[in-house]
Design a protein around this ligand. Structure first.
Ligand SMILES: [Zn+2]
Length: 125
């Protein structure tokens, strides 16, 4: 019996799960209001799948900022524009329905991307 799943650090997986959940809630809300569909419409499903793949492969991994705030623009422009629209639409509306998710998401926005840690300035120059 081998388990091919590496032991994830629980902190990382919690952050990523939270981001996935936030994204899902935002896309669902947007689709419901803007596309008048009960389930996710094909376009939004496509966007969701794409987003899941990006989050999964994100090179910041452990220390990643939220995708909206990421310095590595790993989203193709087409999808990036869509996800921004969705965040603009759903972001403010989420605070009523999902106060806790919104709280965490805002908190994440203030995390600086890993590249910008001012630590080893002196040595680097
Ligand atoms: Zn939709």
């Amino acid at each position: 019996m081998t388990s091919n799943r590496k032991q994830e650090t629980s902190h990382q997986s919690r952050r990523i799960k939270r981001e996935i959940k936030t994204t899902l809630v935002m896309i669902k809300l947007y689709c419901k209001k803007q596309h008048a569909s009960k389930e996710l419409c094909p376009d939004c499903t496509d966007l969701l799948n794409y987003t899941m793949r990006r989050i999964d492969k994100c090179r910041f991994a452990l220390n990643k900022p939220t995708c909206a705030n990421c310095t590595v623009h790993c989203f193709k422009p087409f999808y990036r524009e869509k996800i921004r629209q969705i965040m603009r639409f759903s972001g403010p509306r989420m605070s009523y329905r999902h106060p806790i998710l919104t709280f965490f998401h805002l908190l994440d926005k203030f995390r600086k991307p890993a590249e910008q840690t001012p630590h080893k300035r002196a040595e680097d120059i």
